[in-house]
Design a protein around this ligand. Structure first.
Ligand SMILES: NC(=O)c1ccc[n+]([C@@H]2O[C@H](COP(=O)([O-])OP(=O)(O)OC[C@H]3O[C@@H](n4cnc5c(N)ncnc54)[C@H](O)[C@@H]3O)[C@@H](O)[C@H]2O)c1
Length: 267
């Protein structure tokens, strides 16, 4: 069977590690050329080298998603290096676990700047480039935004994160409708992971353990118990959904929220 994404070009933010790195590898394995961007340059270069050693067409670029000029430059590099842009994975994001009473307004705004403004800028800057070639693919161009189960349901001690991921969920639907109405042939969908065993997932568990309410093993067992399928997610679980949404298999999906949470929110 042919590769699903042969000829496509993808830009993956926060691609140095975790879900972004696994998704970049999965997109490359399906034939896409991938530009990964991040602020962790050493990790980003290493991830790109690993994917390249398996035959992937890939590059790494330093890029803070809060910076509009850096977005335009990153989109420009994807076009110059690989000939265009077809897929944007807005994956870069941060998390913090803190009661509201201890959260400063600066910390709240910092999270929105990365998790919300970064996604807005990504869509704004990439849509003109993706639109140039979208008509040539049966399923058009594809933008995939990383939200969370925390964009669907509340989470104590994560109110700024709830705000940001709820915003990503509805920005996705607004952008999906706008692209459809303007005839761009660009689909826009969100993914809502449960707890995924990445550095971010581990930090959630470390932060919970550091409150002293439970030991590290108990915290992990409690986190697993939130997922009816009986395990935490792995980055590859999300990468599989990314490849699906990026591909023509998802040609009739836009404005959708794809929940990949081991059943957590089915309860
Ligand atoms: N791990 C989970 O449990 C989980 C659950 C639901 C949703 N998510 C979401 O999935 C996405 C990826 O999470 P992950 O688990 O791989 O996290 P991670 O912390 O392992 O990776 C996130 C990446 O984003 C990068 N990043 C942070 N700020 C940036 C900025 N300003 N500009 C560019 N890059 C920046 C980081 O350097 C890092 O490489 C995030 O949006 C996260 O909110 C994660």
């Amino acid at each position: 069977m042919g590769k699903k994404l042969q000829g496509r070009v993808a830009l993956v933010t926060g691609g140095a590690r975790g879900i972004g790195a696994a998704s970049a590898a999965a997109l490359a394995a399906e034939g896409a050329a991938v530009l990964i961007t991040d602020v962790l340059d050493e990790d980003g270069e290493r991830t790109a080298a690993e994917i390249s050693s398996k035959g992937g067409r890939i590059g790494y670029r330093h890029h803070d998603v809060r910076d509009e000029a850096a977005w335009l430059a990153a989109v420009g590099e994807a076009e110059k290096r690989f000939g265009g842009l077809d897929i944007l994975l807005n994956n870069a994001g941060i998390f913090a676990l803190k009661p509201m009473s201890e959260t400063t307004i600066e910390e709240f705004r910092h999270m929105q700047a990365i998790n919300v403004e970064g996604v807005f800028l990504g869509m704004k800057c990439a849509i003109p480039a993706i639109g140039k070639r979208a008509q040539q693919w049966p399923g058009g161009g594809s933008i995939i935004n990383l939200s969370s189960v925390a964009g669907l349901t509340g989470a104590s001690f994560a109110v700024p994160y709830n705000a940001s991921k709820g915003a990503v969920r509805l920005m996705t639907k607004g952008a999906a409708l706008e692209c459809a109405q303007l005839g761009y042939k660009i689909r826009v969908n969100s993914i809502h992971p449960g707890i995924i065993d990445t550095m971010m997932g581990q930090k959630v568990m470390d932060d919970l353990a550091s409150t002293g309410a439970a030991g590290a093993n108990e915290v992990r067992a409690n986190m697993i118990a939130l997922h009816p399928l009986g395990r935490l997610g792995v980055a590859g679980d999300i990468a599989n959904a990314v490849v699906f949404l990026a591909s023509d298999d998802a040609a009739f999906m836009t404005g959708s929220e794809v929940v990949v949470d081991g059943g957590m929110t089915a309860r």
